[in-house]
Design a protein around this ligand. Structure first.
Ligand SMILES: [Zn+2]
Length: 132
């Protein structure tokens, strides 16, 4: 399959992903540091009634869910840069058609063209997953 992106476009997308990667990396680092922070432990440890305990648990869950999402996005970026190296980046993983540059600019880690992505989401709908 023909590679539709020129070097300039690929480099622009790579730069976008590297910038995003740096942000995510920092978010994960800060998130992990925050869940280890003193006030937070106090909140989780000194709560008297079970209602507040549940709230503290919920906060842990929310924070972990955020870290989880960030890690997932980091994985997507790693996979996309690997596809760049192997020459399959920008090619729809389902139908093999080139993914339009405009779509890649909006979602540099997109694996599929828009029609295939929509079909994929209808088939494997996961609640709360971002719609690409
Ligand atoms: Zn497709």
């Amino acid at each position: 399959m023909k590679q539709v992106l020129d070097d300039k476009q690929r480099n622009a997308l790579l730069k976008k992903m590297q910038d995003r990667y740096a942000v995510l990396h920092e978010e994960v680092r800060a998130g992990l540091a925050a869940s280890d922070n003193e006030d937070y432990r106090k909140l989780a440890g000194e709560v008297a009634d079970s209602g507040e305990e549940a709230l503290a648990d919920l906060l842990v869950d929310v924070r972990l869910a955020e870290i989880d999402r960030d890690l997932e996005e980091i994985n997507d970026i790693n996979a996309a840069t690997a596809r760049m190296r192997s020459g399959t980046y920008g090619i729809c993983s389902d139908c093999g058609a080139p993914v339009p540059y405009a779509r890649l600019q909006a979602y540099p880690t997109a694996k599929r063209c828009e029609p295939c992505q929509r079909r994929h989401e209808r088939t494997f709908r996961t609640p709360g997953a971002p719609t690409l």
